[in-house]
Design a protein around this ligand. Structure first.
Ligand code: FES
Ligand SMILES: [Fe+2]
Length: 431
């Protein structure tokens, strides 16, 4: 077992969690304190399954990528046998970081310090028995558990990860239609967001802010219209029609999984507004159809929204997908990598155009970072005091906070009673 590598006082963390008043936003230290950041890294980011990237980012044998999270760094590689594997990026000799770039292609990994050489499957190829007295079979790169969920790669950094089987099965079952294993990277944009990672995820879990922050986003979705008595009947009618269409397309009940807020994941297919077939500025297709939709070109498969705490969300239409990966940097900063995927045979300039593919989610994401940074700036004020959450439009934010507190303390006290959550009679929408 690896002990904690992050410095914090467990009793102080427990006391702060215990002082939570039962509903509403967290108190200031949860968004500002380096000690809580350390507890988050240890108890959440080293214990939960983290989205590292899509398998199509490393399509050929020999392709590899790395991802640094806190003190950890992970190598994800496709071996000569085509298998995907993940390793801790720390040499078994004196510990140097083996891969220093974020991506590459290699026959083997050569440590830059003394040139110990590892096969793509992690085995040490350098002969160590005579000179070092240890057989190389005992000095392979430490493996990192890796799960491929219909083309999405998840890793677990610590020795005691939470169970992921149900998430992998249920999200994978929805995701399999999207063709993400036959996809390719169209574009990736990295953002440094001056906000605690939890504020960014909390913001993702509601669309209360959408009318003010996202003029483009709200034109294409029913996320806000469903809360207005005037537009509610129209939304319900459209959702019913979409649900029937999705069932005809063999996509299951669109609404069933959106109710699944009791867990730390969801995969919900939601309709776009009438006349829109994809999430683009004008609702028109921006790339060739993907996955099973290539064979079943019925009007719009809507958007499959998936969310897995603590670091992943994605909106996948039938012609492209946009995934966001969060990485905490410190108590008041995180990194967001937003990545656009299209069918692997699609050719830029011919089949798709970045100027049409990107703006919908590029603008929406950048608008989100701006409000998250404003939220962080306001919370830094010593006079910040948590206000109330809406019992209609922020129930999913409450759910995230409940999950977070439970996850933060459960490492030591699995029976910790969850704070009292708001009643979830009405499903709030995140995006
Ligand atoms: S630390 Fe890697 S070869 Fe020496
Ligand atoms: Fe938003």
């Amino acid at each position: 077992m690896t002990g904690s590598v992050y410095d914090y006082d467990p009793e102080r963390i427990e006391a702060l969690c215990g002082a939570y008043r039962g509903a509403g936003p967290l108190t200031r230290p949860f968004y500002t304190s380096p000690e809580i950041h350390n507890a988050d890294m240890d108890r959440i980011w080293r214990r939960h399954w983290l989205y590292a990237g899509h398998a199509c980012l490393i399509p050929r044998p020999g392709d590899w990528m790395t991802w640094a999270i806190g003190f950890d760094s992970v190598i994800l590689a496709r071996g000569k046998d085509g298998e995907l594997r993940a390793f801790h990026n720390t040499c078994r000799h004196r510990g140097a970081r083996v891969c220093r770039e974020e991506q590459g292609h290699a026959r083997a990994f050569v440590c830059p310090y003394h040139a110990w050489t590892y096969d793509l499957d992690g085995r040490l190829k350098t002969a160590t028995e005579r000179e070092f007295g240890v057989h190389p079979s005992r000095l392979g790169l430490h493996p990192v558990p890796l799960k491929n969920v219909a083309g999405l790669l998840f890793v677990a950094l610590g020795d005691d990860p939470v169970s992921f089987d149900r998430v992998a099965a249920e999200v994978g079952d929805e995701m399999k239609h999207q063709g993400l294993e036959d996809a390719k990277l169209a574009k990736s944009v990295r953002y440094t967001v001056k906000a605690n990672w939890k504020l960014v995820f909390e913001n993702n879990r509601e669309c209360y802010h959408c009318n003010t922050a996202h003029p483009e986003y709200v034109r294409g979705t029913y996320d806000t219209a469903r809360f207005s008595p005037q537009t509610m009947p129209e939304v319900e009618r459209a959702e019913k029609l979409a649900s029937e269409r999705f069932a005809r397309m063999g996509l299951g009940d669109a609404m069933a999984s959106s109710e699944m807020t009791g867990a730390y994941w969801r995969a919900a297919r939601t309709p776009l507004v009438e006349g829109w077939v994809t999430q683009s500025l004008d609702g028109k297709r921006v790339a060739p159809l993907m996955g099973t939709f290539r064979a079943r070109n019925e009007w719009s498969a809507g958007t499959l929204r998936s969310t897995i705490f603590p670091n992943f969300w994605q909106h996948a239409s039938d012609d492209h997908a946009v995934a966001t990966r969060l990485t905490p940097i410190d108590a008041t900063t995180c990194q967001a990598d937003v990545t656009w995927f299209v069918h692997k045979d699609a050719v830029e300039g011919k089949d798709y155009d970045l100027a049409k593919l990107m703006p919908f989610w590029q603008r929406t994401s950048e608008q989100d970072w701006e409000i998250c940074e404003a939220n962080q700036a306001g919370i830094l004020s010593p006079r910040y005091e948590p206000g109330p959450y809406s019992s209609v439009r922020e129930t999913n934010v409450q759910h995230f906070v409940d999950w977070y507190l439970g996850a933060l303390v459960s490492r030591f006290r699995r029976s910790y009673p969850l704070p009292r959550a708001l009643p979830r009679t009405s499903e709030s929408k995140g995006h």
